[in-house]
Design a binder for this molecule. Structure first.
Ligand SMILES: Cc1cc2nc3c(=O)[nH]c(=O)nc-3n(C[C@H](O)[C@H](O)[C@H](O)COP(=O)(O)OP(=O)(O)OC[C@H]3O[C@@H](n4cnc5c(N)ncnc54)[C@H](O)[C@@H]3O)c2cc1C
Length: 390
């Protein structure tokens, strides 16, 4: 007899990690995904024409400081070393990101050492802005107009579809500049790529006799009644039939093209100029430098507001969406039979490592709540009947 039955909606990292944790604890787990593949937005697939492993929904680099999460993913697949080094094309020249000493020296035609550059950038910052409210004010107060207009403004307008004067200062939390030549995009201790791609990794997480996976299957509310508990990693507003309106997302369009050899020399090239309609070009072969391919496949990436039939990518989370979300969360808190998880279930941007951390914590808290309680509470309902919420 299984310890209980769980229905998991979504076979991305959230659903897979929760499903695996429950299955290992003796639960019978059914996982549904509307898509024909697992791994959600992290899905990777070999491009039929070039043989290159493609990040189908946009580039994904695994990076974390969480030792347990790093060991967890490596348990299922070896990771190859990978260092994310992003470039940007602006005003007809190529610069290094995040803005670092190389970027500053190149942009201003100078040869400054770290402390000289620090003083130089400090002198560019606008001292009249003491309490920045908008993204633009924040950027001007940190780096001044020249660096802001070249490296932050155009990309932000294209990515968010609105002026940085309308975006909150909180998006740009800290000084986006390094005063050394470190061009590693991430600060985390561990960084890498799963050797055979994210989809193979998630398939291995799901490979457990107690897990039944149904792909190409959209969740219907009636299915919830067949399980002791539902873990839902779909959009929270869809669960409530958009009762408080649709939560806003940005979506992405990818324009595929191929080339021979090495087309741009790096995995990700941003385009900061407003006149260029796309935000970046990804050359997927550079995510697997241990493989050899004569041909290359690239995606030009365009960002726009998501319509009802588009894939939701980035939650917008401005004031209007925050107030809608609050209403959905009020309802979600009262649910006993369903836990809302993952980037869509909680309407947050989550990196993969945070997604896995939250999924592990969620499943473990759920299992802990199922443990029979010591006397005098031992008469309470059995594990399968308890339907404990999180
Ligand atoms: C462009 C882009 C780039 C990113 N790059 C990085 C990166 O470099 N590094 C990093 O750490 N993170 C990155 N991320 C974040 C990463 O994609 C997320 O952390 C991860 O996808 C979250 O997993 P999830 O399972 O919560 O959601 P998802 O991956 O979205 O999975 C949810 C699944 O639920 C399914 N589903 C939804 N509703 C239903 C329904 N009603 N019925 C059946 N199935 C349903 C969907 O089909 C989907 O497969 C990036 C995100 C984006 C958008």
């Amino acid at each position: 007899m299984p310890a209980g039955t769980a229905l998991v909606v979504g076979a991305g990292f959230s659903g897979a990690v929760i499903g695996r944790t429950l299955a290992e604890a003796g639960w019978s787990v059914q996982i549904l995904d509307a898509r024909p593949h697992v791994a959600g937005n992290c899905h990777t697939a070999r491009d039929a024409q070039t043989g290159v492993m493609v990040h189908v929904y946009g580039p994904h680099i695994f990076h974390t400081d969480d030792v347990e999460v790093w060991e967890y993913v490596n348990r299922f697949m070896p990771f190859q070393p990978y260092r994310n080094q992003v470039k940007t094309t602006v005003r007809g020249a190529v610069f290094s990101l995040p803005i670092n000493l190389h970027t500053i020296n190149q942009f201003f035609g100078r040869v400054m050492r770290p402390e000289e550059a620090r003083s130089f950038v400090a002198a560019l910052a606008d001292p009249s802005i003491t309490a920045p409210q908008t993204f633009e004010e924040q950027a001007l107060s940190l780096v001044g107009r020249d660096l802001y207009e070249a490296f932050l403004k155009g990309y932000t307008v294209k990515q968010w579809g609105m002026s940085p004067q309308e975006l909150p200062a909180s998006i740009l939390k800290r000084l986006p500049v390094r005063f050394n030549y470190d061009d590693n995009y991430f600060f985390h201790r561990f960084q890498g790529m799963p050797r055979d791609g994210y989809t193979a990794l998630v398939e291995r997480i799901l490979d457990h006799p107690a897990i039944e996976l149904q792909l190409g299957t959209t969740f219907q509310r009636a299915q919830a009644d067949n399980a002791d508990h539902v873990f839902y990693s779909g959009p929270i507003d869809a669960w409530y039939d958009y009762e408080h309106g649709r939560l806003g997302y940005r979506t992405l369009d990818f324009e595929r093209f191929t080339a021979s050899g090495d087309w741009q020399g790096c995995a990700v090239m941003n385009y900061g100029d407003l006149e260029v309609p796309f935000t970046r070009i990804t050359e997927h072969k550079h995510f697997s430098p241990w493989e050899q391919h004569d041909l290359s496949v690239l995606y030009r990436e365009y960002s726009r507001v998501a319509g009802p039939d588009d894939i939701p990518y980035y939650p917008i989370r401005l004031a209007a969406e925050q107030s809608q979300l609050t209403r959905y969360l009020e309802r979600a808190k009262r649910e006993k039979h369903v836990s809302f998880v993952g980037r869509l279930g909680t309407y947050r941007y989550l990196d993969m490592d945070v997604t896995i951390r939250e999924a592990l914590d969620c499943a473990r808290a759920f299992l802990a709540a199922q443990q029979p309680r010591p006397f005098p509470l031992a008469h309470r309902r059995s594990a399968t009947g308890a339907r404990a919420p999180l």
